[in-house]
Write a protein that binds this ligand. Structure first.
Ligand SMILES: Cc1cc2nc3c(=O)[nH]c(=O)nc-3n(C[C@H](O)[C@H](O)[C@H](O)COP(=O)(O)OP(=O)(O)OC[C@H]3O[C@@H](n4cnc5c(N)ncnc54)[C@H](O)[C@@H]3O)c2cc1C
Length: 245
């Protein structure tokens, strides 16, 4: 069982009404600030898919989503923070406590390693040693800020990320893709699942085609680099979340 946890903590209230109301400033003569209060899900249904189909995606920037992500490695968090149009707050390695008794609590060990018992034992041994040396350095007066240099990038971290809906769409496009590295891909699908759990948000998955790029494009842009069944499997998985047939 994966120890990676992703939780949608907060989001702009009435996000779909907000982006639709913002979009309508371009089309409604009678648009006014007060019209927000009158914007219903019926208006959203009527206008939002159409506006998005024109490629008018900047309206999605009016809704923000905040996720808590726990248990990913520094490998994955580094990939995450490469997405520049988001805000991040990450656990400090200057103050963390490491669990030496349960290496898997402290580090992410890929399945490919676990499949090989000999390698797996070697990995765990080296990871334990890194914690021992980290703690020895600390005991001998080295500040945690320097002691942390010994830790492998497999060390788990926690991070809060806030993305607007446009950036979230972009992020999911490249990171929920079968071509993305497995850990960041797991994070991306868990973010999508969190959105799908909220009844008031589910429609946006379908209308904004939130998900891997192939869903938006209708084909796999990675071509021969991907196995042929990836596109089919991804589409089925996405359809279940989006509630489409
Ligand atoms: C499968 C895969 C493999 C990768 N491999 C590597 C690798 O080997 N090496 C590596 O260094 N990185 C790699 N990356 C990371 C990748 O290069 C990007 O840094 C990362 O995906 C962030 O994407 P982005 O820049 O499109 O998006 P974001 O930073 O999320 O920005 C969103 C969009 O805003 C626009 N934008 C943002 N900033 C600017 C700007 N300054 N100027 C103009 N437009 C801007 C762009 O349209 C951009 O697509 C990989 C990513 C993937 C998905």
């Amino acid at each position: 069982m994966s120890k990676i946890k992703v939780k949608l903590i907060n989001y702009t209230p009435k996000p779909l009404e907000t982006v639709t109301w913002a979009a309508l400033i371009s089309y409604w003569d009678e648009w006014e600030s007060e019209a927000f209060k009158r914007t219903t899900m019926e208006d959203v249904k009527k206008h939002l898919p159409k506006v998005l189909s024109y490629g008018h995606e900047s309206i999605l920037e009016h809704a923000n989503f905040t996720f808590a992500i726990e248990g990913i490695s520094r490998v994955a968090s580094h990939q995450l923070v490469r997405h520049r149009l988001a805000s991040y707050t990450q656990q400090s390695q200057r103050y963390i406590k490491l669990n030496i008794d349960d290496v898997e609590e402290t580090f992410v060990i890929p399945e490919s390693i676990k499949k090989n018992p000999e390698l797996y034992e070697k990995w765990k041994g080296l990871m334990k040693k890194s914690i021992e040396l980290y703690e020895e350095s600390y005991r001998k007066g080295v500040h945690q800020e320097d002691a942390r240099f010994i830790l492998p990038q497999a060390v788990r971290t926690k991070i809060v990320v806030t993305m607007n809906l446009r950036e979230l769409k972009h992020f999911l496009g490249v990171r929920a893709c079968g071509r993305a590295q497995w850990e960041i891909r797991e994070v991306a699908w868990k973010m999508l699942e969190e959105i799908a759990k909220k009844e008031e948000l589910t429609p946006i998955i379908k209308w904004a085609k939130l998900g891997p790029r192939c869903i938006n494009l209708g084909y796999c842009p990675e071509g021969e680099l991907m196995p042929q069944n990836c596109w089919k499997k991804t589409k089925e998985k996405w359809k279940k979340l989006a509630g489409t047939d």
